[in-house]
Ligand binder design. Structure first.
Ligand code: CTP
Length: 407
């Protein structure tokens, strides 16, 4: 399963280090090649000799080792592998990675690496939950570091919570998934999601009830197929998904700016429910109940249309596929076609929003929606009632087909 794959395993200090001996055995048994770097702290838990015996290769421990550094060991080690895996990843090495520190062989190699980095954290639950650790984790996720675990359960220190190193079998499976077929590998995809909030005064805004769920589901699905995803999200209650760049914005203008910065891209998927208008002159102070008519009258101006702007970029800058959504309360098909004509995107996923005749909410905030998939030549497919994840998977299939057909 891992034939010919070269893994650089960085073992940092933690009681869970003993588990990686089993992991090394599993990787080798399945055809993978493991080279190990151990931190000084790791040597307190397992010996370089046992790691060398199981990996059947030299173990590296010292940044200043003359023989290794004459060949620029840290650069070579990071270049000669397909993936860098840090397991267990202690709070210390995570903090070093998040801040770009390079003061030993492990951290220097990580900073010098041009390969994907996957980490399996292991630490005491209090350490894991500390805001500073969570900030570091978020930073690394946004840098594209891949995560395995940590798991919840009883800890070696006697406490219970989240912080256990994932089992060797779980880490091994994550390696297999990583190296499995990725049809969208190297495809750069920008996804807008959620609502935008346009300030009226410092405490009020114009917005809508979009949950962001559809955009996030698409982002996660495309990421799992190997795409490099940049998710540009308005305010939602959702956690930033793992292993992609997530940019949080509030207003339509911020969303458009973030999209422009994220370009060039192969694909843009605009799922965001962008507010069409913003207050022309947001008040600097809270508008009081006793405000005069001139103070409490809202003058609106139109927001930029992000989908339209991206669709109408010059050919060289325009993503090959620009995909929009159409949220309609009536005349779904007719209105969706009109949107095609004005925006000039390639595909539209149209759905009905608002209350249905029985008074039940459709689409916004719901877990299922009835989608019609429409292409530029006005071909329409009825995808029927699907969960957001199913819609994301169907869209992913369409994208993969598009690339297969254009080969
Ligand atoms: N969209 C956008 N920027 C805007 C408005 C909409 O990028 N300022 C995108 C949405 O992300 C969606 C598509 O355009 O992909 C259609 O959005 P929708 O709200 O259905 O339609 P509008 O263009 O806003 O038109 P209307 O509100 O008149 O239906």
């Amino acid at each position: 399963m891992l034939e010919g794959k070269k893994i650089l395993l960085i073992i940092s200090g933690g009681i869970a280090a003993y588990k990686v001996l089993d992991l090394i055995r599993l990787v080798r048994k399945n055809g993978g090649d493991v080279t190990c770097i151990m931190t000084k702290a790791a040597e307190n838990f397992i010996t370089p000799l046992s790691v060398a015996s199981l990996s059947q290769s030299k173990v590296y421990t010292d940044l200043w080792s003359l023989t290794d550094e004459t060949e620029m060991g840290h650069i070579r080690l990071s270049r000669e592998c397909d993936l860098v895996l840090v397991a267990p990843a202690s709070a210390d090495i995570i903090a070093k990675m998040a801040h770009g520190l390079a003061n030993d062989l492990a951290s220097t190699t990580l900073l010098a690496s041009d390969k994907p980095i996957m980490i399996a954290p292991a630490m005491n639950p209090e350490m894991w939950e500390k805001p500073v650790t969570q900030d570091n984790i978020l930073k690394l996720k946004n840098y594209g570091t891949l995560f395995i675990g940590p798991e919840s359960g009883d800890m070696a220190c006697g406490e219970t919570g989240t912080g256990r190193l994932s089992e060797p079998e779980t880490i091994f499976q994550s390696l297999c998934t990583f190296f499995s077929d990725k049809p969208l590998a190297k495809k750069k995809i920008i996804i807008t999601a959620g609502p935008t909030y346009e300030p009226v005064d410092p405490v009020r805004f114009l917005g809508n009830r979009s949950s962001g769920k559809q955009g996030y589901a698409i982002a996660e699905t495309l990421r799992d197929l190997g795409a490099e995803v940049t998710l540009i999200s308005g305010p939602t209650h959702l956690h930033p998904p793992k292993n992609m760049i997530t940019i949080s914005v509030n207003t339509a203008e911020e969303m458009l700016e973030a999209c422009k910065k994220a370009l060039p891209a192969d694909i843009a998927v605009c799922t965001a429910a962008v507010s069409d208008w913003r207050a022309k002159n947001p008040a600097a102070q809270k508008i009081k109940k006793t405000a005069s008519k001139s103070q409490n009258t809202l003058i609106l101006e139109e927001n930029p249309d992000i989908l339209k702007t991206i669709s109408q970029l010059p050919r060289k800058k325009r993503p090959a596929l620009v995909i929009g959504f159409a949220a309609e309360t009536e005349n779904l098909h007719k209105n969706a076609i009109k949107k095609f004509e004005s925006k000039k995107c390639d595909w539209i996923l149209a759905n009905l929003v608002g209350k249905d005749i029985s008074g039940k909410e459709r689409a916004f905030g719901c877990d299922r929606s009835h989608i019609y998939f429409i292409t530029q030549d006005k071909d329409t497919e009825d995808w029927s009632l699907l969960s957001k994840k199913e819609t994301a998977q169907k869209l992913a299939k369409k994208i993969i087909n598009y690339y297969n057909e254009s080969k």
